[in-house]
Ligand binder design. Structure first.
Ligand code: DC
Length: 222
């Protein structure tokens, strides 16, 4: 039987990371946060004194990223999302990270993968696809709470600016832009608690899983 891949896409602070982790626990599947790969590339490049606009240098960093070494707190610090979004516009960086993401996705048994282009580019064949969103203001409120709880000094307005700028860049880049796949199910978490959002996701994945387990192999997309 083919791998049961759950693709979870959406903008920053939409709740997709939490939903992906819950689904991973539920189905006993490994979870890959692909935003962290781009963050690792951006932050490592800046630490090396490199320029985020230098595609060749960013791609060289991307080729050396190790998925087992993504626990550096700097990869989630203030500014790392912006650095990630900038290196994510380089096709050579996306190519380098593609191979890594495919290797994770095609593990026997399956995987949960969250990002921006999982349902459209990385795993278009995924039997379960979700697109998680919320209003920019609600996402900024959540991210600001997270950042300040971790000790960062920033204002709500700065966080909102960062989110709007990144949404715009991530959705407009020509290469693998953030986009809801035609066969993905949308969940708007603006008015939902974490557990209500996770329940909604689980119900959608249950339906997809039932369809996938009955489908002849090779016809499971959608
Ligand atoms: O999910 P996140 O906020 O950690 O992602 C950080 C940035 O990385 C995001 O603004 C765009 C980029 N990204 C991407 O281009 N493609 C992905 N699959 C995941 C993240």
């Amino acid at each position: 039987m083919s791998a049961f891949i759950i693709a979870v896409d959406g903008p920053a602070a939409s709740g997709k990371g939490t939903i992906a982790l819950r689904l991973g626990e539920q189905y006993g599947l490994p979870v890959l946060d692909t935003g962290l790969l781009y963050r690792a590339v951006g932050v490592t490049l800046v630490r090396q004194g490199g320029d985020l606009g230098d595609e060749a240098a960013a791609a060289a960093v991307a080729r050396r990223i190790d998925v087992r070494r993504l626990d550096d707190p700097g990869f989630r610090a203030l500014g790392s999302g912006e650095a990630a979004s900038r290196v994510a516009t380089h096709p050579a960086v996306r190519d380098a990270l593609y191979t890594l993401q495919r290797a994770f996705a095609t593990k026997p048994g399956g995987a949960v993968i969250d990002g921006r282009d999982i349902g459209t580019v990385i795993c278009p064949e995924a039997p379960a696809k979700l697109f998680i969103t919320a209003t920019p203001k609600e996402r900024a409120r959540r991210r600001w709470l997270q950042l300040t709880a971790a000790g960062a000094v920033t204002t709500y307005e700065e966080v909102l600016d960062d989110i709007v700028r990144r949404d715009d860049r991530d959705a407009r880049r020509p290469n693998a832009p953030m986009r809801q796949a035609d066969d993905a199910v949308l969940i708007d978490t603006t008015e939902l608690t974490i557990s209500a959002a996770a329940d909604a996701a689980r119900r959608i994945v249950e339906t997809a899983r039932a369809r996938w387990s009955k489908a002849p192999q090779g016809t499971t997309s959608g």
